[in-house]
Design a protein around this ligand. Structure first.
Ligand SMILES: [Zn+2]
Length: 278
C-alpha cells in the first residue's frame, strides 16, 4: 500500500501538472466510488484546481468550493488518463479538465475499497480525515510518548493505526522499528522517553528517505522497489550488522526484523499465537 512518502510525492507530482486547471467534469465509474452523498460530486465543475495535497495515506484535490479526498487503499492509483476510454479497466472515477486532460482513479484487483469523498468545508474535521492522528513526520517525542503510554499495544501495530499516527503502513512500520532498534512486538506502555526519541528520529529518517526516492520518479513506485533494510528482504543480510533478516508471517503480510539489531539476538517464533512474541 502506498504510504506517506509515496502519497506525498505523488500529490506534489499531480499538483505540478494539474494545479490551476479548470474542472470540466467529474464522473464516478463504479458503484463503490463515492463515499459521500452530499455535496453533489459535480460541485467543483467550472472551478480551477487550487492544489493537490496529502494527509496520511489520502490524496486531496482542493477546488476551493469543495475537496475530493481520495484513498487509494492497496491497489488504487490516480494517474493522468491519456486514453479516456469509456470503460477503463479497474476504473473508479475520472476528473476531466477543460484543457482536455484528465485524471483517472483505478483500482487493481476485486477489492473495491478505493474511493472518493466529496467534502464541503474543512476536510480535516470531517470523515475520513477527522479520525487521523498527527502526520508521522511531524509528531514530537513528547507527543509520541504520550500516545505510546495511552494505549498499551505492540509497537508495530500501533504505528500502523491511522487514528494514532497517520501515514505509516506495513513497510514503514518494519523499517521504523528496525531503525529505532526496537522489537516490532515491544509493548508500547513499557517504552520510555529515549525509545520515543529514537522512534521519532526513525520515522523522520525513513519518511525523508522514501520521499527522496519517490521525488526522483515519474510515477508511484512499486512496493518491492522502495528503499529499506528489512521489508521484503527476508533471508538477506541486515545492512547494519550482517545478521539475516527474519520474518513473522501473518495471513496477508509479514513483520520483518533483524534479531541482532532489535531483539537482543532472540529469534521470534513464526506463529502469531506464540507466547515467545515479546
Ligand atoms: Zn541488524
Amino acid at each position: 500500500m502506498p504510504e506517506l512518502p509515496e502519497v506525498r510525492a505523488h500529490a506534489e507530482r499531480l499538483d505540478g501538472a494539474f494545479a490551476g486547471t479548470r474542472l470540466a467534469s467529474f464522473r464516478a465509474l463504479s458503484f463503490t466510488a463515492l463515499k459521500t452523498f452530499a455535496p453533489a460530486p459535480e460541485v467543483a465543475v467550472d472551478h480551477p484546481l487550487a492544489y493537490v495535497d496529502q494527509r496520511g495515506k489520502h490524496l486531496l484535490l482542493d477546488f476551493g468550493v469543495a475537496t475530493y479526498v481520495i484513498h487509494l487503499m492497496q491497489g488504487g492509483r490516480l494517474r493522468p488518463d491519456e486514453k479516456q476510454s469509456a470503460k477503463p479497466r479497474g476504473g473508479v472515477a475520472r476528473w476531466v479538465f477543460d484543457d482536455g486532460r484528465a485524471l483517472l482513479l483505478t483500482e487493481a484487483g476485486t477489492e473495491r475499497k478505493a474511493g472518493v469523498w466529496v467534502i464541503d468545508g474543512d476536510p480535516e474535521v470531517q470523515p475520513p480525515l477527522d479520525h487521523l492522528g498527527p502526520e508521522a513526520d511531524t509528531v514530537t517525542p513528547e507527543a509520541l510518548l504520550e500516545i505510546l503510554h495511552s494505549t498499551n499495544g505492540r509497537i508495530h501495530g500501533l504505528l500502523r493505526d491511522q487514528r494514532v499516527i497517520a501515514g505509516i503502513g506495513r513497510r514503514l512500520a518494519n523499517e521504523v522499528c528496525h531503525r529505532a532498534r526496537l522489537s516490532p512486538f515491544a509493548m508500547s506502555g513499557k517504552l520510555d522517553g529515549a525509545d520515543a526519541e529514537r522512534l521519532v528520529e526513525a520515522m523522520r529518517a525513513c519518511i525523508s528517505e522514501g520521499l527522496a526516492f519517490e521525488r526522483g520518479r515519474e510515477d508511484m513506485s512499486a512496493s518491492k522497489d522502495r528503499p529499506g533494510a528489512v521489508h521484503h528482504r527476508k533471508g538477506e543480510e541486515c545492512p547494519d550488522c550482517g545478521d539475516v533478516v527474519r520474518t513473522v508471517e501473518y495471513r496477508s503480510y509479514e513483520v520483518a526484523y533483524c534479531a541482532s539489531c532489535q531483539t537482543g539476538g532472540k529469534v521470534l517464533a513464526d506463529n502469531t499465537t506464540s507466547k515467545f512474541l515479546k
